[in-house]
Ligand binder design. Sequence first.
Ligand code: NAD
Length: 389
Amino acid sequence: MIDGTRKTIRALRWGMVGGGRGSQIGYIHRSAALRDRYFDLKAGALDLDAARGAAFAADLGVERDRTYPDWRAMIAAEAAREDGIEVITVATPNNTHYEISKAALQAGMHVICEKPLCFTTAEAKELQALAKARGRVIGVTYGYSCYQTIEEARALVASGALGKVRLVNLQFAHGFHSAPVEEENPAIKWRVDPKFAGPSYVLGDLATHPLYLSEVICPDLRIRRLMCARQSFVASRAPLEDNAVTLMEYEGGAFGTVWTSAVNAGAMHSQKVRIVGEKASIEWWDEFPNQLRYEVQGEPPRILDRGMDYLNPAARADDRIGGGHPEGLFESWATMYERFARAIEAANEGRAPDPALRYPDAAAGVAGVRWVENCVRSADAGGIWVDYA
Ligand code: NAD
């Protein structure tokens, strides 16, 4: 339980690229990183508009001489300082992730990058190899992955409570972009432009989240082949999709389905993970993240709540307030950032991290990009089965 008794580590000198005023995701990065004082915001190139970025950085308390007009200037200047930043968060649109992350790693910094890590598997593997060679950490912000209920789901599957896993049913299908809202909103416009978004819209932007959750919960499953069909219901979004359905065959016989959409009219997030085993199933829904449904065939369904003593120790470890009081996405992100900090601390000290430390790392970044690449390959060949490359 995080109640002030847990060993804290030195606050890491931290910089941010992107996440400027009004951005969708900047606030939760700062909130998560600063929550338990594992990070100290020392530098920023926060905005495409340098003046707007500088004004915002000043509001956040960043020293004027460490507020930069662009990320290149920031990495160069900070790398030259004795007290320069050790870790950089990349919270810009997708097209910039690869080059900023690469430059930061080359300058000796650890990287926390938004998803998707980059556009191609080859680029993702290059970043992974670079980080390994330099002894640096890459964290990828799959921010739903550090809920206690996800940890409990992982522990239940590992315990054999479900029996052999048969089905993986994933969904992230909201309705917020049912109309061409991008015409009025630049923060949505880049998401449907391949120059900025990459080879996909909802496959990369949304579906990689529950995909990663399924990898956390069922770490032994390996995709053997998949089939994907994607559609652009708002025609101007083509070639990028605003809806897609993917079927996946795993090694060993399990089967998976993924529905992802931005045109699921009327729906909120609708991110769901259902794992079906021979004896029992678990189901998690991100609109009720404090709860995990556990259904044993022939018995009444059970709702497992976070913060309760009956959970597995791994699920209780990151509890902040005990049962009854709801936690949420900000706590999941704060736990994720704490895990990034612990991995970075180990790398800084030249030792391997605690083997129990699980966080969305470079391999998770590679896996997401690889999955999108295979889905697009299948969909663009007419929705055919493709061996998982
Ligand atoms: P946004 O358009 O709302 O904000 C982007 C911010 O980056 C803006 O402040 C912009 O000025 C700044 N920016 C753009 N280019 C820059 C550059 N070259 N240098 C410095 N700043 C720059 O976008 P967003 O929704 O915040 O998305 C940013 C990233 O976060 C994307 O990769 C997106 O996929 C990801 N994202 C992740 C989650 C999640 O749950 N992990 C949720 C939303 C977005």
